[in-house]
Design a protein around this ligand. Structure first.
Ligand SMILES: [Zn+2]
Length: 72
């Protein structure tokens, strides 16, 4: 019961090739979403605040300290 090397390699699944054109829209979406999240964590306070009140700031407050943004 010995198998040749060629029969062993043919049973190994080939890696799936993902074309770069399919990855670009997802990468752009991820970067935009990350920048929006970074804005809300890092700059949603005081004069740069888009949403009045302290709810957004308090919601992301721990993340703000985690990333080292100045706060209080
Ligand atoms: Zn703080």
């Amino acid at each position: 019961m010995s198998q040749s090397l060629s029969s062993l390699s043919s049973s190994t699944p080939a890696p799936i090739a993902i074309p770069v054109r399919a990855l670009v829209p997802r990468a752009v979406f991820t970067v935009i979403l990350s920048l929006i999240l970074l804005y809300f964590v890092g700059a949603e306070q005081g004069a740069t605040s888009l949403i009045s009140g302290h709810e957004v700031h308090e919601f992301v407050h721990d993340g703000r300290h985690l990333f080292g943004f100045p706060c209080h």
